[in-house]
Design a binder for this molecule. Structure first.
Ligand code: NAD
Length: 289
């Protein structure tokens, strides 16, 4: 397992692929926009002009693409170009049912599939400290473990095909709710004229402390909404959460509210901002823009 084909060199994929290079893997990257491939080559990787050429001869293929239709389309190209026994790890966040569909379609070509979405944001991808939630077969997970260890720190096999995506949906529900409450708390504190830096420091040491508070409260206070994680991608994920909850007959009232707020953020033309731009809506609703 030394040669990796890596498809999707965006905010997350690029640093993940670079960490694989640093761990000694021979990584061949492909991205739809060529400039991302050039950047990857400048960082020690090899570049390919097509999915097929990135995948040809690879022991492992990793995808880090935006959404379910992207993974569905690229997985067909992977199945056509990869050799039997190749391990295909999809790290994108997509619908659990599409993950199961991709697994079944690839199995017909003898390709082993793991759904392995990640959490930890751009910083986790750069630092190689991602949480990786893996669905698929136990033996394939064991084979992939060293590859995961080059990109992440908390790596857990959570169940059969699609289970990784189900856990990731729960992750996105919790993160969105947490960001919304941090946004409300910050606008509330500002309205009271409290020094937000001091408030964030003390809140971080108690029960209100969280990874979201740690990573996002500072930039939110200074209205820095450069992604990070684009609101339009979180909007996609909350759609996944809502339909998966409905499928299971589970009610997620706060999830539904935050999903509508994220939808409004995107509808107002802020989809390319970081998801922490939910703060803009709290200001708007409070008449404090
Ligand atoms: P991104 O848009 O920065 O990266 C996606 C990359 O895929 C882009 O470079 C795009 O050009 C490329 N691409 C799209 N379609 C392609 C195709 N058919 N063939 C080749 N390349 C193609 O997005 P991102 O933030 O890196 O997120 C990627 C995935 O990871 C998403 O599913 C997202 O939900 C998830 N995710 C993102 C974060 C984050 O903090 N950004 C964290 C965890 C998970």
């Amino acid at each position: 397992m030394r040669t990796v084909g890596f498809i999707g060199l965006g905010i997350m994929g690029a640093p993940m692929a670079v960490n694989l290079v640093r761990a000694g893997y021979d990584v061949v990257g492909y991205n739809r926009s060529r400039s991302k491939v050039d950047d990857f080559v400048a960082n020690g990787g090899r570049g390919a002009p097509t999915v097929g050429e990135a995948v040809h001869g690879a022991d492992v293929v990793i995808t880090m693409l935006p959404d379910s239709p992207d993974v569905r389309a690229v997985s067909a190209d992977i199945a056509a170009a990869a050799s039997e026994g190749t391990l295909f790890i999809d790290c994108s966040t997509i619908r659990p049912d599409v993950a199961r569909e991709v697994d079944e379609a690839c199995a017909a070509s003898g390709i082993r599939v793991l759904d392995a979405p990640v959490s930890g944001g751009e910083k986790g991808a750069i630092d190689g400290t991602l949480s990786i939630m893996v669905g698929g077969r136990e033996a394939d997970f064991a084979d992939a473990k060293p590859v995961f260890e080059a990109m992440g720190k908390t790596i857990v096999h959570v169940g059969p095909p699609g289970a990784g995506q189900t856990v990731k949906a729960a992750n996105q529900l919790m993160v969105a709710g947490n960001i919304q409450l941090v946004a409300e708390a910050l606008v509330f504190l500002e309205a009271h004229g409290v020094h937000t830096g001091s408030a964030i420091e003390v809140l971080g040491g108690g029960m209100a402390g969280s990874k979201v508070l740690e990573a996002k409260a500072g930039p939110m206070t200074s209205r820095q909404f450069t992604p990070g994680f684009r609101a339009e991608l979180h909007h996609k994920d909350l759609g996944i959460v809502q339909s998966a909850a409905r499928e299971a007959g589970v009610t997620i009232p706060l999830g539904a509210v935050v999903s509508q707020l994220m939808s409004s953020l995107v509808a107002q033309g802020h989809g390319t901002l970081d998801h922490s731009a939910l703060l803009k809506l709290v200001e708007q609703l409070s008449g404090r823009e």
